[in-house]
Design a protein around this ligand. Structure first.
Ligand code: URA
Length: 440
C-alpha cells in the first residue's frame, strides 16, 4: 500500500493515530529516500506536538529496527542482556558492568555511542586506550559475543539506518526532546542486538536530558512497555544525575577510575570514597542484569554476586581480556594531560548543588567532548569533582581539578564550573538517593 505523505502528516497533525501499515510505510519510504527530509521533519514535528500511543510507539520502534540488519544470537540458546544509559556526566558504568557479566558467563552484545551534547560516550572513553578498536565488523562482534560473552562496538551504517537519518534530522529541527521519538530511537538500536533482556539506566537531574524525576519516570514507563511489546524483558533503574557520577568526568580519567574500581581501590577524601557512587551503581545495574539472566533469585542477590566478582579480581581479568581482544594495549600507560588547573570555592559554606550539565559543558571546553561532529577530542581532558553536595567548604578549597593537553579551554571551563556550584549556609533540603526508583 502506498500513501500520500501530506495526508499522513495531516493525520498526525490532527492528533489521530496511525495504523501499523502507515508507520511502517513512513519509515521504509524515509530510509529508501522516497520520503524527503522536509516531509519527515513535518511529521516529526507533528509527533512532537501530538505524541503517539503505546501501540504506535511499539510499531515505530520495530519499523526502525527492521530498517537495517539485526543480529541473530538465537543459536546461543542462553540469555543476552545489555545495559543502556540515557546519558550523563561521568557515567562510566558500562566499562565495569560488561566485565562483571562476562565473569558470570552472561552474553552482553553492547552497541554503544559517542558523546551527545553535554553527556559523555562509551566509545570515546575506550578510544583513550592505545589501539582499542570500536569499529568491529558485524562478524567479529557476533563471534566475540558468542565466544567471550562481552563485546562492544559502535553503531554501523546498516544498523537502524532509519534512526541514523531521523536522529540527524531531529537534531536540526528541534524535535529531539519528544518522548515517543527518544523511545523509538533508543529501543530500535537495542532491539537490533537480539536481546532477551535489557536494563535501562534512565538518568534524571541537572546533568541528564530528563531534568525532573517525573519526566524520567514517563520515559522509563515508555521504554519498558515498548521493549516488552517487542519481546524483551526490561528493568528500568532511574538514577540521580544531580552530581557527576563518581570522581572523574572525561575519557582516559574515567577509564582510570574503572580500572581502580575493578582493582578494588578506593579514593577517600573528606571522609568520602569518591569511587563509591560509580561502584555502587555499576554493581546494582549488574545485579539487575544477572537477575534477568536468571543467574540469581533476586536483583539483591545479583548485586552480591556482582560485588564478589569485582572483589575476587575476576571482573578485572575479564576487562583485560576484553581490551586485548579489541586491540587495546593493557600494558600501555593511559594518556595523561600535560596541564592542570583548579577551581576553588569563592566563599565558605555548604555546597548546595552542582549544575551537572554545566560540568559536562566545561568538559567540552577542555576538549573532552565535541562542539561540532567533526571535532577531534583530547582523550586526556577531564574534570575531577573534589567535593560533593552537602559537604562543608572553606573559601579557597579546591572544588574541581581540570586537565587537558592544551590550556586553550581552561578559562571558559573554569568559568562554567564556578557558575555550576552554589554555596549556602544551611544543609541542602532534599537530597534524592543515587537510585531513586526501579521499574521491574
Ligand atoms: N539517545 C538516542 O539514541 N536517541 C535519542 O533520541 C536520545 C538519546
Amino acid at each position: 500500500m502506498s500513501y500520500i505523505p501530506a495526508e499522513l502528516i495531516k493525520k498526525k497533525k490532527n492528533g489521530e493515530s496511525h495504523t501499523e501499515d502507515e508507520i511502517r510505510w513512513i519509515i521504509r519510504a524515509y530510509t529508501n529516500n522516497e520520503l524527503p527530509d522536509y516531509q519527515m521533519a513535518a511529521w516529526a514535528m507533528a509527533v512532537w506536538f501530538r505524541g503517539m500511543n503505546e501501540h504506535e510507539i511499539s510499531v515505530f520502534t520495530a519499523a526502525m529496527r527492521d530498517s537495517g540488519n539485526r543480529f541473530d544470537f538465537s543459536k546461543l540458546k542462553s540469555p543476552r542482556i545489555d545495559k543502556h544509559s540515557t546519558g550523563g556526566v561521568g557515567d562510566k558504568t558500562s566499562l565495569i558492568i560488561g566485565p562483571i557479566l562476562a565473569a558470570a558467563k552472561v552474553h552482553v552484545p553492547m552497541i554503544a555511542g559517542r558523546g551527545l551534547g553535554h553527556s559523555g560516550g562509551t566509545l570515546d572513553k575506550l578510544e583513550s586506550i592505545s589501539g582499542f578498536r570500536v569499529n568491529l565488523t558485524r562478524e567479529e562482534f557476533q563471534k566475540s559475543v558468542e565466544e567471550n560473552y562481552f563485546a562492544l562496538m559502535g553503531q554501523t551504517h546498516d544498523i537502524c539506518p532509519a534512526d541514523r537519518k531521523l536522529y540527524a534530522l531531529r537534531d536540526v529541527t528541534s524535535t529531539v526532546d519528544s518522548l515517543p521519538l527518544i523511545c523509538g530511537s533508543i529501543m530500535s538500536k537495542k532491539l537490533s542486538e537480539d536481546l532477551t533482556g535489557l536494563v535501562m539506566d534512565v538518568k534524571f537531574g541537572s546533568g541528564a536530558f530528563m531534568k525532573s524525576l517525573a519526566d524520567a519516570q514517563a520515559l522509563s514507563q515508555l521504554l519498558k512497555t515498548t521493549g516488552e511489546k517487542n519481546g524483551i524483558d526490561v528493568t528500568v533503574v532511574i538514577s540521580n544525575m544531580n552530581e557527576p557520577l563518581g570522581r572523574f568526568s572525561g575519557n582516559s580519567v574515567e577509564v582510570q577510575e574503572c580500572i581502580d574500581i575493578l582493582s578494588n581501590k578506593t579514593f577517600v577524601e573528606h571522609d568520602f570514597d569518591f569511587y563509591e557512587p560509580t561502584r555502587r551503581l555499576s554493581v546494582e545495574l549488574a545485579g539487575h542484569m544477572l537477575y534477568l539472566a536468571k543467574k540469581c533469585d533476586s536483583p539483591a542477590e545479583g548485586a552480591s554476586l556482582a560485588e564478589s566478582l569485582v572483589q575476587s579480581g575476576a571482573a578485572l581479568t575479564e576487562f583485560k581480556l576484553f581490551l586485548q581482544r579489541q586491540g587495546g594495549d593493557w600494558q600501555a600507560e593511559l594518556p595523561r594531560a600535560q596541564h592542570s588547573d583548579v577551581v576553588v570555592a569563592a566563599k565558605s559554606g555548604i555546597l548546595q548543588s552542582i549544575n551537572t550539565e554545566l560540568v559536562g559543558l566545561a568538559g567540552i571546553e577542555l576538549g573532552a567532548g565535541r562542539k561540532k561532529s567533526e571535532d577531534k577530542i583530547d582523550h586526556t581532558a577531564g574534570i575531577e569533582t573534589c567535593r560533593r553536595v552537602g559537604m562543608r567548604v572553606t573559601k579557597g578549597d579546591i572544588i574541581f581539578n581540570v586537565f587537558a593537553n592544551s590550556t586553550a579551554g581552561f578559562a571558559s571551563a573554569k568559568n562554567l564550573l564556578l557558575s555550576a556550584i552554589e554555596i549556602g549556609d544551611t544543609q541542602p533540603k532534599e537530597l534524592l538517593p543515587l537510585v531513586a526508583k526501579v521499574l521491574m
